[in-house]
Design a protein around this ligand. Structure first.
Ligand SMILES: C[S@@+](CC[C@H](N)C(=O)[O-])C[C@H]1O[C@@H](n2cnc3c(N)ncnc32)[C@H](O)[C@@H]1O
Length: 291
């Protein structure tokens, strides 16, 4: 239950009220501010300049409603319908995972490995399109294809490509099923990798609001990696590379899957900024027999 917010209220008073409402609720003050900034379409400076401005009735009601949704556990990004990934605006709804900062580090890795040469890239399980869009924004010459098994996720991804003014080839596909005969220089994927029995350890808000299809995978979370380890090599050029995001405890298992399938490939395991194992790169070398 939130306390009531009086009628005639300034933006400063509204923020103060919201801070009291979220006290002891495991919600950061930043999230409330994020709600207000995005509701008003303001930057922080504009908010500071407007601290003493009175809110209109409509603004006040929308803010109260948004704060209540936040208190009920809905992620701020879904309430606002937007987040930022690699500095780019990305629309999100409950059909797509809210892209995480760790995934920006995977994008960073690919960008650091390839500078200007034109590449063909496939992003598998694109969700909101975050990885594909940021790669295309950073490397306009690259030919980027993005796929997902979810029709609804692809709709969001397409509208994000439009929002960011980039051209991406979107394909609805169960992993590589629709790519027969195609070859890519880079395949990247942040697939669902949480084991079903990890559910009980997870933040309830993630379970309640984010799409199950984006989160969970069979075989202790390894199912999609098992399939990619079998299939990806057939869709990579001879010197192509596969980049994967992984769960922090999956590094050795995923490397083994890849090395079992591609005997002469090089695999590198990398940590995220928090120091957790988070991503793997596999360089497929020429004359690799695959599986
Ligand atoms: C963890 S989310 C990643 C979304 C986005 N790439 C990101 O990093 O924010 C995984 C995505 O994989 C998609 N997915 C799940 N199973 C799939 C499959 N068999 N083939 C293709 N996409 C799949 C889900 O719909 C979801 O959008």
């Amino acid at each position: 239950m939130t306390t009531k917010l009086k009628q005639d209220v300034t933006f400063f008073e509204a923020l103060k009220w919201a801070s009291l409402c979220i006290k002891d609720k495991n919600i950061e003050t930043d999230e409330v501010q994020f709600l207000l900034l995005n509701q008003m379409n303001w930057d922080l400076t504009t908010l500071l300049r407007n601290y003493r401005t009175k809110m209109t009735v409509k603004e006040r009601e929308e803010f109260i409603n948004n704060v209540n949704r936040l208190i009920n556990g809905e992620p701020a990004q879904y309430i606002i319908g937007k987040t930022y990934f690699y500095g780019y605006p990305i629309k999100v709804d409950q059909n797509v995972l809210i892209p995480r900062p760790e995934t920006e580090e995977l994008v960073e890795w690919i960008l650091a490995d390839y500078s200007k040469q034109p590449l063909k890239v496939l992003d598998i399980g694109t969700g909101s399109g975050a990885i594909a869009i940021s790669l295309k924004k950073q490397r306009p010459d690259w030919q980027i294809t993005a796929s997902d098994i979810s029709t609804d996720a692809l709709k969001v991804a397409k509208s994000n490509a439009q929002l960011n003014g980039v051209k991406i080839n979107f394909v609805e596909s169960d992993l590589l099923a629709k790519f027969a005969g195609k070859k890519f220089d880079v395949i990247v994927s942040n697939p669902p990798y949480i084991a079903y029995d990890e559910k009980r350890l997870m933040d309830q808000d993630v379970i309640d609001y984010e799409p199950q299809l984006a989160l969970f995978a069979k075989h202790e979370g390894l199912f999609i990696y098992e399939r990619l380890a079998k299939e990806a090599g057939n869709y990579l050029t001879d010197s192509g590379s596969l980049y994967l995001e992984i769960g922090f405890h999956q590094g050795q298992s995923v490397i083994k899957l890849l090395e079992d399938s591609y005997k002469t490939a090089d695999t590198i395991l990398r940590q995220d900024l928090a120091g957790h194992d988070r991503m793997i790169k596999m360089d497929l070398k020429e004359n690799n027999n695959g599986n």
